[in-house]
Design a protein around this ligand. Structure first.
Ligand code: GDP
Ligand code: IMO
Ligand code: MG
Length: 422
């Protein structure tokens, strides 16, 4: 009963999709509360590998309700591709997917503006996924955006024209050439909104209220990670939404009195795609090895992910912001074969040692490490926590001790079954 929130405690791609899929049987409803097609959540089971971008990761369970919350931004074109991908697998999301009337729409011009604005930033570019996220949330906050419910109004075309005329003038000012591309994109957009309007749209805040009253349980599925949060991430190298616990309340319209567990997903090392500070980033063979063994390439853009050691300063900060009640440690198997595994315990900034995550994304951070002996045995077939190598258990114990939060699940592979529940 109540609301449990699952979110990433690093820079995204912690393995949220896999863990949501593992936990789904325990819940009645799975709901996405922020982000949009910038997310790429991978699920693997029965030899199938599937990546979801907008649709919640509970969709493979026919008996579970899946909701795209008001805090999400939806690109109808990506949505259509996602739906078609599921239909090919004989999964019809129309049976159990509901969409908030209040979710905002990503328009073709939002995507072009994302490109134009990134180009304008030059060296200071954020490394956006170019899915139109920033410009769409900008319009939402500026109170000019279009929402799912607008698709059902008779004057949608006028509203669309008014907003996109404004976008065109911005693109013109940025000297961004778009006419040819935009024509094709708008054609696809029109075809795609037709499919979107066939789905059941809801007043999610009322539906959730009623469901909770009826004793149902909800799992909120976060996208991105705490260090990409617009308030608390390494600003300005962040995404444009609230990726933290508080974002689940506003992104779903559920009040905090229903709060249950806050499940923080943590990779056994760190990765980041795009620009911005990454204190423990590795530029040596260890980093290369993590990328190779962990197959660290973006699920949405295919870009190679930057890799580095686990960072406890950043992790403790994320735990504090979110009120994390338990940790799921993923990709522990990727560290197999490393002679030494390191964990950053403190930062040194301008000669001073600190355990605080700095607000200034230009702070010259020197990570201070504690080293652990590695292990060499394959752990992907292990299904009992006690059977894991002592060295890994020591690392788990150290993280628990330092953070004061229990690690309730250790993931040792991408498949649903490769999961150790303690
Ligand atoms: P998300 O965005 O947090 O859902 O994570 P992504 O799906 O973008 O990236 C995580 C990647 O790691 C995916 O390819 C997963 O299949 C994979 N993965 C998840 N958990 C594990 C694990 O414990 N071990 C290994 N080797 N891969 C994992
Ligand atoms: P999931 O849910 C990792 C990063 C981008 C860029 C910054 C801003 O799969 O963990 P945006 O397109 O949001 O304007 O990009 O945020 N980013 C992610 N990195 N995982 C994600 O999602 C991400 N979504 C956005 O690389 O640095
Ligand atoms: Mg991802």
């Amino acid at each position: 009963m109540g609301l449990d929130i699952l979110l990433g405690l690093q820079w995204g791609d912690e393995g949220k999709g896999k863990v949501v899929d593992v936990l789904t049987p325990k819940y009645d409803i799975i709901a996405r509360f922020q982000g949009g097609p910038n997310a790429g959540h991978t699920l693997e089971f029965d030899g199938i590998k599937h990546i979801l971008h907008i649709i919640p990761s509970g969709i493979f369970h026919a008996d579970k309700v899946n909701v795209i919350g008001n805090g999400v931004v939806i690109d109808p074109v990506v949505f259509r591709k996602e739906v078609n991908g599921l239909l090919e697998m004989n999964i019809d999301p129309k049976r159990n997917l509901f969409i908030s009337k209040k979710a905002h729409l990503i328009l073709p011009t939002h995507k072009l503006m994302d490109m134009a604005l990134e180009h304008q930033k030059g060296e200071r570019k954020i490394g956006s996924t170019l899915k139109g996220i920033g410009p769409t949330y900008t319009d939402k906050i500026a109170r000019v955006g279009l929402r799912v419910l607008d698709l059902f109004t008779p004057n949608f075309v006028q509203k669309y024209k008014k907003l996109t005329d404004n976008h065109r003038s911005i693109l013109d000012r940025l000297s961004f050439k778009y006419e040819d591309t935009l024509h094709q994109m708008e054609k696809e957009f029109v075809e795609s909104i037709e499919l979107l309007t066939q789905f059941r749209v809801i007043d999610n805040e009322y539906e959730f209220y009623q469901s909770l009253k009826d004793g149902k349980s909800i799992l909120a599925e976060g996208a991105q990670g705490t260090l990409l949060d617009v308030e608390f991430g390494s600003y300005p190298f962040v995404t444009s939404s609230s990726t933290v616990t508080a974002g689940a309340y506003t992104g779903l319209g559920i009040n905090p009195s229903h709060q249950g567990r806050v499940i923080g997903i943590v990779k056994a090392y760190c990765t980041r795609v795009g620009s911005g500070p990454f204190p423990t980033e590795l530029f040596d063979q260890d980093g290369e090895r993590m990328r190779k063994q962990g197959f660290e390439f973006g699920s949405t853009t295919g870009r190679p992910r930057r890799c580095g050691w686990l960072d406890l300063v950043a992790l403790k900060y994320a735990i504090m912001i979110n009120g994390v009640t338990e940790i799921v440690l993923t990709k522990a198997d990727v560290l197999t074969g490393f002679k030494t595994v390191k964990i950053c315990t403190e930062y040194k900034i301008n000669g001073e040692v600190t355990d605080r995550f700095p607000a200034d994304s230009e702070a010259p951070i020197q990570p201070q490490y504690r080293s652990f002996e590695g292990w060499s045995e394959d752990i992907t077939k292990i299904r009992e926590y006690e059977k894991l190598p002592e060295q890994l258990k020591q690392m788990v114990h150290f993280i628990e001790q330092e953070t004061g939060v229990r690690i309730s699940i250790v993931s040792v592979g991408p498949d649903r079954d490769e999961t150790l529940i303690r």
